[in-house]
Ligand binder design. Structure first.
Ligand SMILES: Nc1nc2c(ncn2[C@@H]2O[C@H](COP(=O)(O)OP(=O)(O)OP(=O)(O)O)[C@@H](O)[C@H]2O)c(=O)[nH]1
Ligand SMILES: [Mg+2]
Length: 551
């Protein structure tokens, strides 16, 4: 036999190297001779081989010293590819023959083998459960079955076993026991099948899932085995009580209400017979008519109606104002010349109102009134009617006179002048205001004193809210002015808040109510400081005063 080549640098343990070399050589020879016989790499077979051929216990003993392990490894790693394949095949066949250390080197084969053995073990456990008749707890078995998939089902079944013992202590229910037996049998069969087949785990789990008990059954027994009543659900009454029918609201028809009519259809053609019938039911006497009904029954004169339409008074759509030729991008667009090419307002026609508005005096008592050097036009009315706003609108000088949506801002008589030609006087409002009663009374007294005694007062513009109409305090002031022959003119404000027809009705109503008065100046003016409607006309009326009355 040729001497084995010593490993490089292996002089110190050359003997052992030699032995290893001899061993590997002998193995190679065996491999040549026996082929696939050693492919399985079974240790017991290997021992027999060694005993029979070489009696190499000494070699083994020396190998246990640790040195020749290198050689052994070498020999193992030195196996050829065909040998490895053979080894794999033989490992598969090894499954039948049991385990060994060498099998651990083939991870995948061991895994499959152990899986099968566990399956067998669990199956045997299942048999035990069956034999002991402790497999009857449905809830737990049901759970385990539901979760069972392959071999793990068997393992779970074993864990269930302990719980079954607890549950079975108090079980004396025939029905449930039968059911449990059935279920237990099902479980065992499935486990047996798993054990026998070792591969249809998915099928078995599907079978158990089909027979999965309803969750309600799990509530039948508690842990001590006592019967537990399932929680009562809210009982829905079979027949609900019939809900009482809602009473229909009957609309009271107002025979005088013509607000839904268009202004050009006015006066409305009413069905007299129907109106009379409704009136008999709802308003048997004329005195019972509501204030609103009376107002809606007013039929404005054609001149008033045309005036309202021409000046676009009342609530208007933006498109309507646009189509009439007004530039809606500027403030108070209706206080302008229609179809104007200017981006701003056209020049104010009444020259007096082009002058700068200057505040020059304020009085809370009559003794504080300034000397009457220039003609005065006063603006009176209830609080929040829009007196101060109208001064600004007339002069287009916004912000000179302070305004507020809170009634009672103006608390003194404020005097403004337009270039020593005309004086505009802003009076404090009367009626409701955020002020003490005594203070409000003092304002009222001051206003009364002013309109009754003021020299140079050419006109009082009595402002009336278009929506609300004249109030008793307004009539009180009218009477006072009539008494002192102070000329006054009614100016409807905030006309943009109501429909055009209502603007006309209000004007008509006031005109009729003051027909017999002598100091009243007609016509009733209608304005809106917000949209600018009617402002130009009012300017024209007041401008004449400044032109013809000399100070
Ligand atoms: N929609 C609309 N609002 C207006 C008009 N004129 C005035 N207002 C608003 O009405 C509110 C009261 O306006 P003022 O000018 O302060 O009324 P006033 O009569 O001076 O009130 P007192 O000084 O408290 O007596 C403010 O919020 C104004 O913006 C108008 O023509 N249309
Ligand atoms: Mg004011």
């Amino acid at each position: 036999m040729p001497q084995p080549k010593s490993a490089p640098g292996g002089k110190r343990n050359g003997g052992s190297v030699r032995i290893a070399g001899a061993r590997s050589r002998s193995r190679r020879e065996d491999d040549k001779g026996k082929g696939a016989k050693f492919g399985g790499w079974n240790r017991s077979e290997k021992r027999e081989e060694h005993k029979g051929r070489q009696g190499s216990m000494g070699t083994r003993g020396r190998r246990s010293d640790g040195v020749p392990r290198v050689g052994v490894k070498k020999s193992v790693s030195a196996t050829s590819e065909p040998e490895r394949r053979k080894r794999k095949i033989s490992d598969d066949s090894w499954d039948d023959g049991g385990g060994g250390k060498s099998s651990a080197k083939q991870g995948f084969t061991r895994k499959s083998a152990s899986t099968v053995t566990r399956g067998k073990y669990s199956a045997s456990k299942g048999d035990r459960l069956k034999s002991q008749n402790l497999d009857g707890d449905d809830s737990y078995s049901g759970r385990s079955n539901s979760k069972a998939s392959g071999i793990s089902g068997g393992v779970k079944g074993r864990s269930v076993h302990g719980k079954n013992v607890e549950a079975s202590k108090g079980k004396k229910f025939g029905e449930s026991t039968e059911f449990r037996r059935k279920k237990g049998g099902t479980k065992d069969v499935s486990l047996d099948e798993q054990a026998v087949d070792g591969k249809n785990s998915d099928d078995s789990s599907s079978i158990t899932e089909e027979k999965k008990p309803r969750p309600r059954l799990t509530r039948v027994l508690d842990r001590t085995g006592k019967k537990v009543k399932p929680a009562k659900k809210d009982v829905v009454p079979d027949s609900e009580e019939p809900t009482p029918k809602k009473k229909r609201k009957r609309m009271k028809l107002d025979p005088y209400d013509t607000s839904n009519k268009r202004i050009d259809e006015f006066p409305p053609k009413q069905d007299v017979s129907n109106a009379e019938k409704v009136q008999e039911k709802c308003a048997p006497e004329e005195t019972d008519m509501s204030i609103n009904a009376k107002f809606r029954a007013i039929q404005p004169s054609p001149s008033i109606l045309s005036y309202v339409e021409d000046n676009l008074l009342g609530r208007r759509r933006l498109n309507e104002i646009k189509n009439a030729g007004y530039n809606v991008k500027i403030s108070a667009p209706l206080d302008n010349v229609p179809f104007s090419t200017y981006t701003e307002h056209e020049r104010i026609e009444e020259s007096v109102f082009r002058n700068k508005l200057e505040f020059f005096a304020a009085a809370k008592i009559s003794s504080s009134f300034p000397p009457p050097t220039i003609p005065e036009i006063a603006f009176a009315g209830v609080s929040n009617v829009g007196k101060s706003s109208l001064l600004n609108a007339l002069t287009r000088q916004w912000g000179i006179v302070r305004t507020s949506d809170k009634p009672g801002l103006t608390q003194s008589i404020n005097f403004f002048r337009l270039a020593s030609k005309l004086s505009l006087v802003d009076l404090p409002g009367y009626g409701f205001a955020y002020a003490k009663e005594e203070v409000k009374e003092s304002w009222q007294e001051l206003v009364k004193e002013y309109v009754s005694t003021r020299v140079g007062l050419e006109r009082v513009c009595l402002l009336v809210h278009t929506k609300r109409g004249m109030k008793p305090l307004d009539y009180e002031l009218v009477d006072l002015m009539e008494k002192h022959k102070t000329p006054y003119q009614i100016v409807l404000t905030k006309t943009d808040l109501v429909f055009p027809i209502d603007v006309a009705r209000r004007a008509m109503e006031i005109q009729e109510s003051l027909r017999k008065n002598k100091s009243v100046v007609n016509p009733v003016m209608m304005v809106s400081s917000k949209t600018g409607a009617g402002i130009r006309n009012l300017r024209g009326v007041l401008g004449k005063l400044a032109r013809f009355i000399k100070p």
